[in-house]
Write a protein that binds this ligand. Structure first.
Ligand code: FCB
Length: 462
């Protein structure tokens, strides 16, 4: 079999891309008027990020973006998903706009367009201006309003050149890792605060969609990290734990966004929790449930769930944000450097189940992230033979194609990530890139997975 025949084939017009996020790659944290974000504060707090790593320099993409766009052009991608750093645009979270911040993204967008690559911009990939966190962060509604203002500014400058816009990246992480578990910025461990954050993120999304529409953008959507939750055993208790996990990870977002209601399952009374709260206002559901042009989904792994009542010892978390289930290691599967199990079939199943649940209410899907961190080694000749990542990408693209064949309307796929980068609380130790970054020299070296992805994209056009 020739190599190209081994590649999954996608329909004409299917979008292949690569993704990154501002805080993970840009660096230049104090340059050109950028204000501090919650991730600057978090990463500079001793003990919170592995190895004391911060995004101060990261991949120095802020200065090296032309080289990175060249890598994208040579890769042959149709689209590049990047995120805009809110604190570069509105350094204090409200008030004056920083023209140098807007300039940076305008230059990046122009560079992409000149290379024949469609820009796809994420407005919020977790770098909230610290000034807004100081006023309550996502716990308060004001942040959703500031988000809409910032969106209007950015879209007003770039809507003519950026066709695809993502309001939020993985709001589950912002709300629950950020305000309940404390493993992401701002590092809070609260019950009600996380619930309020989840709601205000959705309100912010709705207000941002309005701003994007007003600016005339072509496509507006949101990116969710939906989980495929599998029961550890066939026991009723474990199956009930799966319902709780589904509610808290998936339905919290998909129900208001796609069905105009809060989730209510036999295991969770999430809807009552939200409707009973004073942060909720009349009209919120209509705002949140506005039609979307696409749904972004990030998929990495399935989660194996077991019953675990009262797992969380902190009484402040004894609310709906207390998961009451445990994650179990999946026996028999290969695990990546994140210790995540590799189960491509779960990717197909997740998409098919979503289609079954929402039917025609499900907008077209873009896979806005998929990829793997591996224990990369540099060969003596300087190459990175990342066979495990190549296998991961090949098997997940094959699983994605199976979902298309089963009738799920998927329009695009973005590999995470173009570059090795700052992997949040894991720092630089976890490498997701298809291009290696040597953090001492900032040298970029395309790995075997880059060459594989390039050949796969080229094969679609044969
Ligand atoms: C996702 C994030 C992305 C990256 C990958 C590995 O949750 O959106 O920034 O960290 O995981």
């Amino acid at each position: 079999m020739t190599e190209s025949r081994a590649f999954p084939r996608f329909p004409a017009g299917f979008v292949f891309g690569a993704a990154t996020a501002s805080y993970q790659i840009e660096g230049a944290a104090r340059e050109d008027g950028r204000g501090p974000s919650i991730w600057d504060t978090y990463s500079h707090t001793p003990g919170l990020v592995a190895n004391g790593d911060t995004g101060d320099i990261a991949c120095d993409h802020y200065h090296r973006y032309p080289e990175d766009v060249t890598l994208l052009r040579e890769l042959g991608v149709d689209s590049y998903r990047f995120s805009i750093a809110w604190p570069r645009i509105v350094p204090d979270g409200s008030g004056p706009v920083n023209p140098k911040g807007l300039d940076f993204y305008a230059r990046l967008v122009d560079e992409l367009l000149a290379a024949g690559i469609e820009p796809a911009a994420t407005l919020y990939h977790w770098d909230l201006p610290q000034a807004l966190e100081d006023r309550g962060g996502w716990r308060v509604r004001e942040t959703a309003e500031r988000f809409a203002e910032y969106t209007a500014v950015v879209a007003g400058h770039l809507a003519d050149r950026v066709p695809r816009w993502i309001t939020l990246n993985e709001p589950w992480c912002s709300a629950f890792l950020g305000y309940s578990v404390g493993r992401h910025a701002p590092g809070a461990r609260e019950g009600r605060g996380a619930l309020a954050a989840a709601h205000h993120l959705l309100v912010g999304h709705g207000r941002a969609v309005e701003a994007l529409r007003a600016a005339g953008v072509r496509e507006a959507g949101i990116t969710l990290n939906l989980d495929r939750n599998l029961p550890a055993t066939g026991s009723a208790a474990d199956r009930a734990a799966v319902v709780r996990a589904d509610t808290q990870h998936n339905l919290v977002w998909t129900e208001p966004l796609l069905a105009g209601r809060y989730p209510h399952t036999e295991e969770e009374t999430w809807g009552e929790l939200i409707t009973g709260q004073d942060f909720r206002r009349d009209g919120d559901l209509a705002l949140i449930g506005q039609p979307l042009d696409f749904l972004g989904i990030n998929y990495y792994r399935p989660i194996v769930v077991a019953d675990a009542p009262h797992r969380e010892p902190d009484p402040a978390l004894r609310t709906a944000t207390d998961n009451r289930y445990a994650e179990v290691r999946l026996a028999g599967a290969r695990h990546t450097a994140m210790d995540w199990p590799v189960v491509p079939d779960s990717f197909t199943d997740l998409l098919v189940a979503l289609k079954e649940r929402y039917g025609d209410a499900l907008p077209p899907i873009h896979i806005t992230e998929n990829g793997s961190a591996e224990h990369d080694e540099v060969s003596p000749d300087g190459a990175v033979h990342d066979r495990d990542r190549v296998a991961y990408l090949r098997d997940h693209l094959t699983a994605l194609k199976a979902a298309l064949d089963a009738g799920v309307d998927v329009r695009g796929y973005y590999v995470w990530s173009l570059l090795d980068n700052f992997e949040w609380a894991f720092g630089y130790g976890k490498r997701f890139g298809i291009v290696r970054v040597d953090y001492d020299t900032q040298r970029r070296t395309p790995k075997d997975s880059y060459h594989w992805y390039r050949a796969m994209i080229a094969a679609q056009r044969d």
